[in-house]
Design a protein around this ligand. Structure first.
Ligand code: TMP
Length: 235
C-alpha cells in the first residue's frame, strides 16, 4: 500500500493545530510593551514554555539594519518607502525566524507586527489600508497572530512616560511634539478600530500606572482566550 502523508489539522489561520503560538504586543509610544513582555517572558519561562522573542522592525540582522535606517532621527523617508522598508524587514523576520520557531512549537512573543503598519502607516500617515493589506499578505502569507494584546494608553500620557523615562519632565507641546501628538492620536484610534474589527484576535488592555495591575490583565486575557495554560501562582 502507498504510504500516505498524515492528514494535517489546520487552525482557522491555516497553521497546523500542534504548532506554536504567536502572541503579538501592540500600542503607541509609552504604552509599556517592553515591561509587560519582560514580565510575561519570565512567567512563561518559569512554567517551562519554550519562548522566542522578537521585535519589529528588527529581529534579524537585516531587519535590525533596516530598523536603524528607519528610526534614525535625521532620516528623510518618503511614506511609501517607509512602508516598503517595514514590510521588507517583516518578510525577513517571518521567513527566517517566525515560521521556523512556530514550526518547532515555540511560543513566540512579538513586539509589534502588521497591525503596527496599519495603525502607523495607514491611520497615521494616510496610506490606503487596502494597499497595506496586500503588501502584508506578500510579507506574511497566511500568518496571523493567535492573540494580539493592545496596550492602550492616552498619547499625552504615553509621551509623558517616555520623557520621564528619559529623565526629563514633559515640556508641553512644542512643534514636533504637537504634530507628534496628533499623529499618535490617529495611530491610537486606528489601533482601537482594528481591535474592534477583530475582537476574537485582539484584547485591549487599558494601561494604568500600576504595572502589576496591567500585567494581571495581560495574564487574564491569555487565560480567558485559552491561548496558553498559565498558572499565575508560578509567577
Ligand atoms: P519601538 O519598537 O521602539 O516601539 O519603535 C518602533 C517604531 O516604529 C515605533 O514608532 C512604531 C514604528 N513602526 C511603524 O511605524 N510601522 C511598523 O510597521 C512598525 C513595526 C513600527
Amino acid at each position: 500500500m502507498e504510504s500516505q502523508e498524515p492528514t494535517k489539522i489546520l487552525a482557522p489561520n491555516g497553521r497546523e493545530m500542534n504548532q506554536g503560538k504567536l502572541i503579538t504586543f501592540e500600542g503607541i509610544e509609552g504604552s509599556g510593551k517592553t515591561t509587560q513582555m519582560d514580565r510575561l517572558c519570565g512567567l512563561l519561562e518559569n512554567q517551562g514554555c519554550r519562548i522566542q522573542r522578537f521585535r519589529e522592525p528588527g529581529g534579524t540582522a537585516l531587519g535590525e539594519r533596516i530598523r536603524d535606517l528607519l528610526l534614525a532621527p535625521d532620516a528623510e523617508v518618503e511614506r511609501l518607502t517607509e512602508l516598503l522598508l517595514f514590510q521588507a524587514a517583516r518578510r525577513q523576520l517571518v521567513s527566517t525566524r517566525l515560521e521556523p520557531a512556530l514550526a518547532e512549537g515555540c511560543v513566540v512573543l512579538l513586539d509589534r507586527f502588521y497591525d503596527a503598519t496599519m495603525a502607523y502607516q495607514g491611520y497615521g500617515r494616510g496610506i490606503p489600508l487596502d494597499l497595506i493589506r496586500q503588501m502584508t499578505r506578500v510579507a506574511c502569507g497566511k500568518l496571523v497572530p493567535d492573540l494580539t494584546i493592545l496596550l492602550d494608553v492616552d498619547p499625552k500620557q504615553g509621551l509623558n512616560r517616555c520623557l520621564l523615562r528619559e529623565g526629563r519632565e514633559y515640556a508641553g507641546a512644542d512643534r514636533i511634539e504637537s504634530s507628534g501628538l496628533d499623529f499618535l492620536e490617529r495611530v491610537r484610534c486606528g489601533y482601537l478600530e482594528l481591535a474592534a474589527q477583530e475582537p476574537d484576535r485582539f484584547v485591549v488592555v487599558r494601561v494604568t500606572e500600576n504595572i502589576e495591575k496591567t500585567f494581571l490583565q495581560v495574564v487574564h486575557s491569555l487565560q480567558v482566550r485559552k491561548v496558553l495554560p498559565i498558572d499565575i501562582r508560578k509567577s
